[in-house]
Design a protein around this ligand. Structure first.
Ligand code: FAD
Length: 345
């Protein structure tokens, strides 16, 4: 058995960690944020919680469907059974699944299930992966300049491709592959109204003709949400990748105003000023061009990568897996590789 560092506690990092720990390895899991989840994100606010990252996910492969069935059984996820998202997903042959009571709660549940041989280090940004003098093991340099005291037999990088490219510097080939992955950015606006809106509201809308808004999703009606007396409705508005790319450095006020205007155009009505409106910019929201392997693994270096930048082939005839499913599948694939290398030493 070995000591393994996993960098990134999104779905991919949590999956590779759980699998390796189940094989009996000691795992140290590092994340720069306050808690696990990554882009399965939920923003808490005075007007309630917003799922401002991935709104949900689909399951195309038999393996992931089986995992989702277990999560559903545990009450950690449920299926959207109404609205535009469901209609679109039905067309694609899948159903949108989301975390209960929030997307981030799914990640927190996965993290809470990790066994005692896993140590989770949050608020801990890894700046570099460095070979120990003499070779044979890795140490991590943290962003505050301190090098971790622990030495690791293997390191798994489970962060967005653009950030993985930097950490994977010891393997120039894998770093280069990550460098070539393209992700779309996404401006997101979380908004709420204290009084009911003077229009009839669907639970979701997609694509306005001006190509500003990609989706608008009502957030307060989801299973597990607690109604608040002074909140009539909460919406999450996502801008299109094209609009976001053209407004990457726009001020939050401008983004909020533009997305609200696009929302009004979609509804065909003017809206009163919201009681709450906050913008968040995702620089790397969704991968456009994943690599064609299930994960990256350099057995001699004992250095690997997983996440939504890797594309495990789904089952024959099934639709291509989306980001969260790719992250899960690639976490599994990398755990298999790491375990097989370490157990054959
Ligand atoms: C707006 C939006 C909409 C989306 N819609 C969908 C959808 O409909 N369906 C779908 O399947 N997917 C969707 N996605 C994509 C989906 O969220 C991701 O594909 C998936 O969550 C990726 O998981 P991951 O574990 O690979 O990476 P992440 O979730 O990004 O996790 C990486 C983790 O690494 C941490 N980290 C990064 N750098 C470091 C470092 N140097 N040191 C320590 N920690 C670090 C981060 O804090 C993060 O927690 C959407 C994403 C966004 C933002």
């Amino acid at each position: 058995m070995g000591a393994i560092a996993v960098i990134g506690a999104g779905i991919a990092g949590l999956t590779v960690t759980a699998k390796l720990a189940a094989h009996g390895h000691e795992v140290a899991l590092f994340d720069k944020s306050h808690g696990p989840g990554g882009r399965c994100a939920t923003r808490r606010s005075a007007v309630g919680a917003f799922d401002h990252g991935a709104p949900g996910f689909s399951a195309s492969s038999a393996a992931f469907r089986a995992q989702v069935a277990a999560w559903r059984q545990a009450g950690w996820v449920c299926d959207d059974d109404e609205g535009q998202a469901a209609a679109e997903a039905a067309e694609r042959g899948s159903s949108p699944i989301y975390g209960v009571p929030s997307m981030n709660a799914l990640a927190r549940q996965l993290s809470a299930q990790l066994p005692a041989r896993v140590t989770l280090h949050t608020d801990c940004q890894v700046a570099a992966i460095e070979p120990e003098a003499g070779g044979g093991a890795w140490r991590l340099r943290l962003s505050d300049g301190i090098t971790s005291a622990a030495r690791f037999d293997a390191v798994a990088v489970a962060v967005p491709a653009e950030q993985a490219a930097v950490l994977l510097a010891p393997d120039a080939v894998m770093a280069d592959r990550m460098q070539r992955v393209r992700s779309d950015p996404c401006w997101t606006v979380m908004t709420a109204w204290a009084r009911p809106l003077p229009v009839s509201l669907p639970s979701g809308l997609s694509g306005d003709a001006s190509r500003v808004l990609s989706t608008a999703r009502r957030d307060d009606l989801r299973t597990g949400r607690t109604p608040l007396a002074d909140v009539a409705c909460r919406w999450v508005l996502h801008a299109t990748p094209q609009w976001t790319a053209g407004h990457l450095d726009a001020r939050s006020e401008v983004v909020i105003a533009e997305l609200l205007r696009a929302f009004e155009r979609q509804l065909g009505a003017s809206l009163p000023a919201p009681s709450h409106a906050v913008a968040h910019r995702w620089l790397y929201a969704q991968v456009v061009t994943p690599c064609s392997e299930p994960c990256g693994w350099h057995a001699a270096l004992r250095l690997g990568a997983c996440g939504d930048a890797w594309h495990a082939h789904g089952d024959p005839g099934s639709i291509a897996p989306d980001g969260i499913e790719r992250a899960w599948l690639s976490g599994h694939a990398l755990a298999q590789q790491v375990h097989s290398t370490l157990s054959s030493r």
